[in-house]
Design a protein around this ligand. Structure first.
Ligand code: GLA
Length: 732
């Protein structure tokens, strides 16, 4: 790993064993991109990779007449230049002009990686990463721009972010701030996005890049179930096992824009950042603004490799604290078992049965506070309801602990019901445009987390509930999108800052709670998986993946989520049948075989199961306890796509390749075919692996394939709907 500055050619080369990223100071002083891809040798000068010879009808930048920004790849293109593509930033000045011209001023290179104040970001020590900060300045307005880059030693990853500093004496308004721009020299790519809606999150969709713009976005306040802030561009023939691809993940949980701009000269521009429609940030003289981080990963070995890079990066350089790389507790959550209709006694009965099954953690979901018996009331009143919890959270936690389980509970701190003491006392703390009725969502308003006093007040209430009770886990929910975003505690001129400041408020509350209770395992949630993003993983190492707990649908949702997010982060539970969202009844084995490629737990009352099913649950928990470290942190491969076939198969392999687990699932049986066979991945070619009473070499299993017959795949019936199994491989 190194970052080299070639003074004469004014070029930077960031490289590690796998990738090179080369950029330079263009003839007009702005930063240009020269190369991003597999590692290449370092050289004094890569100028030939830029394009000279602009025709006169193409706008040309002085002083070099044949140089055009439009025909060259840019690092951080501005509005109003001779680059007519989608721009990375736009600043507005006192005279209403919006053209900037930031030119290279200086740079610094150092070992390690800087923290971003108040924002989530990947981290690394001095041996694990190197950083480059390029400072640019607009000579007229003294707007300074710091383009930051980090390269990791062991991963094909570059991270980027941007800081604006107003070193002039006039106020500057930032209208658009993307966090990263990657210009590529050709357009022979497909665009992959992960889109959906509530209960069908992160479904992969691929389309060919053609000239023009492609984009996905969120303007819902959170990153959203509709479009995930993670995209891939891949070569048309690239698949899970081979080919070139670039992935971009936004380490941010609010409104975002991710776009590809394929211009008519053949350049492809990728942009990712805060959505400009909900952003307007005045910078007083001397003030600065830091944009969130974007992670850019590269592969020439296919999408499994790309996903593994994100998994490893997030597990090792994003998740922090006690739960980093630690197998997750097997929990039982009472939501689908009771909804809000419970008493302490009914809860303890469910918890006792969970303990008998072997679970380790009990989670009390919504309904324990205020007047919360349905979703019309109570949000904002974070005080235990004495009718349900006579001795408060403290007593319930103690009683659950006495059963031999850890204890955790649910909160939704960003919200308030109009029918709540909090709203009655502080109606101005909810977002609403003066004189207008704000929209309700799930009968609730959104609290104005852009205001410190609101965040601090909620923190104090939560602190009182947690403090003194023995709390190991918290599920932080967020059940509606932001609308009517207007802060009554903010002057009109700064209303364009509110959406971003809201997200900063969410991060601040997380940070305060983590500082006070560092051992608590947080699980983020937003009506299921509506805020499943890299930003959240910095605070909450796992995220409830979807409110759709139907095993068959979960295959699709977890498969889609695996492209960008580690298995350790995918909140997955077994729930009752018929499923509450789909009405479908999938065998309990299938439900568990899907959930164990996730954090694993149960979302039902185990007292209601038949004896036979309860025995199965006990076995599932024994299995999960034995293999969870491997399942959650092993090298994960997608093998057979449920979107392209009637099956699903995926596997994990241990770091030393001595152990592997293969999950096989029939979604829809077809009759009268050949025996099923799947080609495995990631094994050691020369090792002999035992599967039940058989043994095979790794190369056989990866090239000839594993036969899904009764000897290898016990109890699995490929020709039966929702049959599944997990096959264990152990090397000699
Ligand atoms: C959301 C969550 C659920 C549950 C309910 C409680 O829908 O996704 O898991 O916690 O809220 O109201």
């Amino acid at each position: 790993m190194n970052i080299i500055w070639h003074e004469k050619a004014k070029q930077f080369h960031l490289y590690n064993d796998e990738i090179s990223y080369i950029m330079y100071v263009q003839p007009n002083g702005e930063m240009g991109q020269l190369y991003f891809g597999s590692r290449i040798h370092d050289k004094e000068d890569f100028t030939y990779l830029s394009h000279r010879g602009a025709k006169s009808m193409v706008a040309v930048d002085a002083p070099e007449e044949n140089f055009s920004m439009e025909l060259n790849r840019q690092e951080y293109p501005r509005f109003g230049s001779t680059d007519f593509g989608a721009h990375a930033f736009e600043a507005e000045y006192a005279d209403a002009s919006r053209v900037s011209n930031c030119r290279y001023l200086s740079h610094k290179i150092f070992a390690g990686k800087e923290k971003l104040d108040g924002l989530p970001a990947t981290y690394a020590d001095e041996a694990q990463a190197m950083a480059l900060v390029v400072t640019m300045e607009d000579p007229l307005t003294k707007l300074n721009l710091e383009l930051s880059y980090s390269i990791f030693r062991d991963l094909p990853v570059i991270t980027r972010n941007v800081r604006f500093i107003n070193r002039g004496d006039q106020k500057i308004i930032l209208n658009r701030v993307m966090s990263a721009c990657i210009d590529l020299p050709d357009q022979d790519y497909e665009w992959m996005q992960f889109s959906g809606a509530w209960a069908r999150e992160r479904i992969p969709a691929t389309r060919k890049i053609e000239r023009g713009m492609i984009s996905v976005e969120s303007k819902r306040g959170g990153s959203s179930a509709n479009h995930n802030p993670f995209i891939i561009v891949k070569r048309p023939h690239a698949d899970d096992f081979a080919g070139e691809a670039i992935g971009m993940s936004f380490v941010y949980s609010g409104n975002f824009l991710a776009a590809a701009d394929a211009d008519t000269y053949g350049r492809l521009r990728l942009l990712m950042g805060i959505h400009p429609d909900t952003f307007r940030w005045p910078l007083e003289a001397g003030a600065e603004f830091t944009a969130p981080e974007v992670v850019v990963a590269y592969t020439d070995k296919g999408l499994n490799d790309l996903s593994q890079t994100f998994h490893s990066l997030f597990n090792n350089h994003l998740v922090r604290g006690k739960w980093k790389n630690k197998a997750r507790p097997i929990l039982l959550n009472n939501w689908e078992a009771t909804f809000m209709d419970f008493t302490q006694d009914s809860i303890l009965k469910i918890a006792a049965k969970a303990k008998e099954a072997g679970a380790e953690l009990f989670v009390l979901d919504d309904g324990w506070f205020g007047k919360r018996d349905d979703d019309y009331a109570g949000l904002g009143d974070w005080v235990e309801n004495p009718d349900k919890l006579p001795g408060g959270m403290k007593e319930l936690a103690r009683k659950v602990n006495e059963l031999g389980l850890e204890f955790g509970f649910w909160i939704e701190p960003e919200m308030v019901n109009p029918d709540s003491d909090l709203y009655r006392a502080h109606p101005d703390w909810a977002f609403a445009v003066p004189g207008r009725e704000p929209a309700l969502g799930r009968h609730q308003y959104v609290l104005d987390f852009s205001r410190d006093e609101v965040v601090d007040y909620i923190y104090d209430m939560l602190y009182k509930v947690i403090d003194g009770a023995n709390i190991s886990y918290m599920k932080w929910d967020m059940n509606r999108a932001l609308t009517d975003v207007y802060s009554k505690g903010t002057e009109p001129e700064l209303q364009g800052c509110v959406s971003h400041k809201y997200v900063l408020g969410v991060y601040r509350l997380y940070e305060k709670l983590i500082a006070a209770f560092p051992d608590i395992l947080f699980e983020s949630c937003s009506s299921g998986g509506s805020r499943f993003d890299a930003g959240m993983l910095y605070y909450a190492p796992q995220a409830w993946c979807s409110d759709n707990t139907d095993g068959a649908d979960r295959v699709l949702i977890q498969y889609g989520s695996s492209y960008g997010y580690p298995i350790s982060s995918i909140g997955a539970h077994v729930s009752a049948v018929p499923n509450q969202q789909t009405g479908r009844s999938v065998p309990i084995q299938f439900r568990a075989d899907v959930a164990c490629f996730g954090t694993f737990g149960y979302e039902l009352d185990l007292n209601e199961l038949s004896d036979g099913e309860f025995e199965q649950v006990k076995e599932q928990i024994v299995f999960m306890k034995k293999y969870r470290q491997l399942l959650q942190f092993g090298r994960f491969y997608r093998l057979v796509s449920p979107f392209e076939t009637d099956m699903n198969a995926w596997m994990v392999v241990s770091e030393d390749k001595k152990q592997a687990l293969v999950g096989v699932y029939t979604m829809r049986a077809s009759v009268n075919g050949l025996d099923g066979r799947i080609r495995l991945a990631g094994l050691d070619e020369d090792k002999r692996y035992h599967i039940n009473t058989c043994a095979y070499y790794g190369d056989e299993l990866m090239r000839a394939g594993l036969l899904l017959d009764a000897k290898n795949a016990l109890n699995y019936k490929i020709y039966q709907d929702y049959s599944s199994c997990i096959i264990c491989l152990n090397a000699e």
